[in-house]
Design a protein around this ligand. Structure first.
Ligand code: 1BO
Length: 275
């Protein structure tokens, strides 16, 4: 069984670079697909309170026969639970649903700057990390100025999880993360709706590499240093995505994929919760 490479975070913890995502999957289906992912070899599961499937993820982990310590679990604070006390209470509920007494990574899901609560939420996350119940803490969907604000508190987020794929390569935000020692995680790594996977550039490079289009796009993420967690509810696809670990792309192929970036490449999410 292949194993994912690990990346070292700015707090010296490590994270498996290829993980398994559960966005838009209900709890029962998440339980089955996480079980298939753990069986395949994935040891990093990404969920969120807002996905409504933490209980299914927790059941899959508990029944997998894989020890909790071997599995890197990420969950996220939802927008309506922002604020110091609310974030601490929401975290307890996430742990309860997951059936665990710690998570490996806890993220603020969206900054929601209009609410003005992300600074207080961040203080709560720092406390959770100091208590050891969240081993690492970070953010999601943070633009560079808001990220910088948290970094300036002296408590830099370990990761910034953002929409990122060849149609939306986020070159500037990746650089902004990296310059602050913040690891970039990519959500929607394969785009959405299948358009990216039938793009002629992707299919051509896939053929050159002897890989599938999904493996090719995931290999691009891995080669440029992103942490990535494709979602699938199909065991064959879950295994196919894991096969990206064996795909090697050269510099020219990587550049052709990055060159697919479009001005309007964002496919998901609500920019109003970001800016
Ligand atoms: C719109 C939600 C993105 C994934 O967490």
């Amino acid at each position: 069984m292949s194993t994912s490479p690990h990346v070292v975070l700015n707090d010296d913890n490590t994270i498996p670079q290829l993980g398994f995502g559960t966005w838009q999957v209900d709890a029962d289906v998440a339980q089955e697909s996480v079980a298939a992912a753990l069986e395949t070899g994935y040891r990093h599961i990404d969920t969120a309170a807002a996905y409504g499937n933490e209980d299914g993820v927790g059941r899959a982990i508990a029944e997998s026969g894989v020890s909790r310590e071997e599995i890197f679990v990420t969950t996220k604070l939802w927008n309506e639970d922002q604020g110091y006390d609310a974030a601490l209470a929401a975290f307890d509920k996430s742990l309860e649903r997951l059936g665990t007494d710690y998570v490996d990574l806890y993220l603020i899901h969206w900054p929601c700057p209009a609410k003005g609560l992300y600074r207080d939420s961040w203080k709560a996350l720092v406390e959770l990390r100091n208590s050891g119940r969240a081993r690492s803490i970070g953010v999601s969907n943070f633009p560079a100025p808001l990220l910088e604000e948290l970094v300036a508190t002296g408590e830099a987020p370990a990761v910034n999880q953002i929409e990122l794929h060849p149609y939306f390569p986020q070159v500037d935000l990746r650089a902004a993360n990296a310059s602050r020692g913040v690891l970039t995680e990519a959500w929607s790594p394969l785009g959405q709706g299948g358009e990216l996977l039938t793009d002629p550039v992707v299919t051509e490079i896939a053929e050159e590499a002897g890989a599938t289009p999904a493996q090719t796009v995931l290999a691009w993420h891995l080669a440029i240093g992103n942490v990535v967690f494709p979602k699938s509810v199909t065991p064959d696809r879950i295994r196919e995505n894991w096969g990206a670990l064996d795909v090697v792309l050269d510099e020219e192929q990587l550049e052709r994929l990055t060159g697919l970036g479009r001005d309007n490449g964002r496919l998901g999410g609500d920019p109003a919760q970001v800016n």
